[in-house]
Ligand binder design. Structure first.
Ligand code: GRG
Length: 292
């Protein structure tokens, strides 16, 4: 295992301990509680939390505050995966190498798990433990709701569903991906600047735009070239449904080149941070070197 992979997996272990403890244990159905714990304990790379925490560290944000914002973004991500796997959406049996939530439990439970994750994310952000300044908390809530909602991930998912019935242009695909994947990455990259109360949100929004698109190109490449066992999910789904992807426009080789350019330009944005950005640079490279 490469150094960066070891680092990511040890972070995921540490984060998961903390993350599982945030699921409230009383006052509601045991089935819902079990399904919530199941859906977050089956793994995942925890990349969105890791980017959020590394950027926060560079900016001197207290770790416990960054961890709370990181849990909020991962809850939104986990909710989106649980809902995306449902029969009405992508209809998948396998996620992160385990049965999907609706297969392990049932469709209604999976819908409620997603709903509960979403509200828990905002409950965490609105708590004073996340930041003593209410303006900071409000900004985090505002940005996460934009990223997750109709002009962010949910809007992107709607475009994605429509893409099964209609051929999209490159610009339409770029918009779809920016909304569906890019907006959550953006929150991961700007939460640290918000928590730090510094004025460097613009650099990190720009950085997020590049890594979000590079992540999506890699995701499309993995769908074509990836190993189902390593990925822990079904591959070749887009091609088998005749769905247009970034790869169908760029072609495999150009897509790889494009993703390398995006990673280079995102690392250039980190130059002013010098050695402080070392770990974030390694993580940036991982976006396209990963094999799951
Ligand atoms: C249902 C509202 C709603 C949205 C679903 C996330 C999503 C939108 C769909 C999932 C399908 C997909 C492949 C999206 C592309 C990017 C993505 C989210 C990949 C999975 O993220 P990773 O690789 O997953 O970070 P892990 O499992 O490591 O957390």
């Amino acid at each position: 295992m490469k150094q960066i992979e070891k680092f990511i997996s040890s972070f995921a272990k540490e984060f998961d301990h903390y993350f599982l403890d945030l699921i409230p244990t009383n006052n509601y159905s045991r089935q819902l509680h079990k399904a919530m714990k199941y859906s977050i304990s089956v793994g995942g790379k925890r990349l969105r939390p890791l980017f959020l925490i590394e950027i926060s560290k560079m900016l001197g944000v207290k770790r416990n505050r960054a961890l709370r914002a990181a849990a909020a973004i991962e809850l939104i991500h986990c909710y989106s995966l649980v809902h995306d796997d449902l029969p009405a959406m992508d209809d998948d049996d396998l996620r992160r190498g385990h049965m999907t939530c609706h297969k392990k439990f049932d469709d209604a439970t999976a819908i409620l798990v997603g709903d509960a994750f979403q509200s828990l994310a905002f409950q965490i952000l609105s708590d004073k433990k996340t930041h003593p300044n209410s303006e900071v908390r409000c900004k985090l809530i505002n940005q996460l709701s934009i990223a997750a909602g109709a002009s962010g991930m949910v809007g992107g998912q709607m475009l994605d569903l429509a893409a099964e019935k209609k051929k999209l242009t490159l610009d339409e695909i770029l918009l779809l991906q920016k909304l569906k994947t890019g907006e959550l990455f953006k929150f991961s990259c700007i939460a640290g600047p918000i928590l730090s109360e510094l004025r460097n949100i613009k650099i990190f929004s720009k950085y997020a735009k590049s890594i979000g698109l590079a992540f999506q190109i890699k995701d499309d490449l993995l769908d074509i070239e990836g190993d189902e066992e390593k990925m822990g999910k079904k591959t070749k789904k887009d091609s088998s449904r005749g769905k247009e992807t970034l790869i169908s426009f760029y072609g495999v080789e150009n897509a790889k080149k494009k993703s390398e350019e995006l990673i280079k330009s995102s690392k250039d944005l980190l130059k002013p941070f010098g050695l402080k950005a070392k770990c974030l640079i390694d993580l940036t490279n991982f976006i396209i070197s990963r094999n799951n």
